[in-house]
Design a protein around this ligand. Structure first.
Ligand SMILES: Cc1ncc(COP(=O)(O)O)c(C=O)c1O
Length: 375
């Protein structure tokens, strides 16, 4: 049984072969086409491909001139990359706890963490469920930039709206297990043209012209470096895998929803917790997390693995990991909801095309081997 399988096929290999037939392997015409598709999908003026969410966030923070002395609000319940990029630019990640049921940072929680040093806030759409972006924008001073961490939420909506409507930027991940993937990759989608111009530079060492522009029409062009940046561009070789997935992502969501609903039905009224969905949201159902009594978690994982069910943990509470604990002195009680969830979370297999019998085996194993540990 697989924890996850991508939906790439032989047709996608052909897209890579087509790039190999051109002399240009790095960011060029294919990437530009995908960026136009993304801008159109999200109905936003600008989209820029990057080689990971992580490097996209680094380029974004540099483009926003966020650095030493600044604070950025992040949820305690997320993948480490969200906070790490803030640390890397020399700013301080200010953690806030999450709602114990939805596992999302709420507008109130974020507003309480604002100080005169706050420059940005990075809400995370955990497991595919979108944060209350409209509420967050209203709750924060307008000077504070909002960067949506959409690593789990490409196709999810809240009140019928896709990511990007109420923020300054949305950053996506195309990592190997994401709903849209090219192995490693990502994208930044945004409205503001000045910020876009800066991001184009910080994505590419701060250079004023990317390779494709330096050699346009057989004419070499000089370039300058006006700001500091990173190397975060996505090569066409990987971008070539994306168009087919962007075109079909809305068709694949019902498959994820059906699998997640089947888990939710099977686990209702058992002594395990599930993320509470909100009725005005359509989750992208990126992962299917369950929560068991923390003292039973490792035994539960061992029992699932012994039965041939691959599982993982997404994620332990970030401020209590050694680096953050030692640097800022956080303890479990500081972000109690996140800590409690992170100590008992287990992610179950879920991917479009997962065979019914595999899912039944996961359900049966949870009922037979995990539930008794939780009583
Ligand atoms: C919530 C969240 N943010 C950011 C990232 C980082 O994405 P990437 O691997 O594309 O850098 C991930 C990856 O798993 C994630 O889950």
């Amino acid at each position: 049984m697989h924890f996850y399988r991508h939906g790439l096929t032989g047709a996608d290999a052909k897209a890579i072969a087509d790039v190999l037939d051109t002399p240009f392997l790095t960011s060029g015409a294919v990437g530009k086409k995908v960026e136009a598709m993304l801008a159109s999908f999200f109905e936003m003026p600008h989209a820029l491909l990057v080689n990971s969410w992580t490097n996209g966030a680094l380029a974004a923070l540099l483009a926003m001139d966020i650095g030493p002395g600044d604070e950025v609000i992040v949820p305690a319940q997320t993948f480490i990359a969200t906070a790490n990029m803030v640390e890397l630019v020399g700013a301080k990640p200010v953690f806030v706890d999450v709602d114990p049921d939805t596992l999302l940072m709420t507008p109130d929680m974020a507003a309480r963490a604002v100080t005169p040093k706050t420059k940005a806030c990075i809400p995370v759409h955990m497991y595919g469920l979108m944060c209350d972006m409209k509420g967050l924008r209203a709750a924060l001073p307008s000077s504070i930039k909002i960067i949506e961490d959409c690593a789990h939420c490409f196709e999810g909506t809240r009140d019928g709206e896709l990511p990007g409507r109420h923020s300054d930027m949305s950053i996506f991940s195309f990592y190997a297990t994401k709903n849209v993937t090219c192995g490693e990759g990502g994208a930044v989608v945004l409205r503001d043209s000045d910020l876009f111009a800066k991001l184009q530079q910080t994505r590419q060492h701060g250079m004023s012209a990317v390779a494709a522009d330096r050699f346009k029409a057989g004419q070499y062009r000089h370039w300058d470096m006006g700001r500091l940046g990173v190397k975060a561009n996505l090569p066409d070789l990987l971008a070539a895998l994306l168009p087919q997935q962007i075109e079909t992502i809305r068709e694949r969501l019902p498959q994820r929803t059906a699998l997640a609903d089947r888990y939710r039905d099977a686990f209702a009224n058992l002594p395990i917790r599930l993320q509470r969905l909100e009725s005005n949201c359509v989750s992208a159902e990126h992962l299917f997390p369950i929560h068991v009594r923390p003292s039973a978690r490792d035994a539960a994982i061992a029992a699932l693995n012994a039965a041939g069910v691959p599982v993982t943990v997404n994620y332990r509470s970030v401020p209590t990991l050694t680096y953050y604990r030692e640097k800022y002195g956080y303890g479990p009680k500081d972000f109690a909801n996140s800590w409690e969830w992170g100590e008992g979370e287990i992610s179950l297999p879920l991917w479009p095309g997962m065979p019914d019998e595999d899912q039944q085996k996961v359900i049966d194993t949870v009922k037979a081997a995990v539930v008794p540990l939780c009583r």
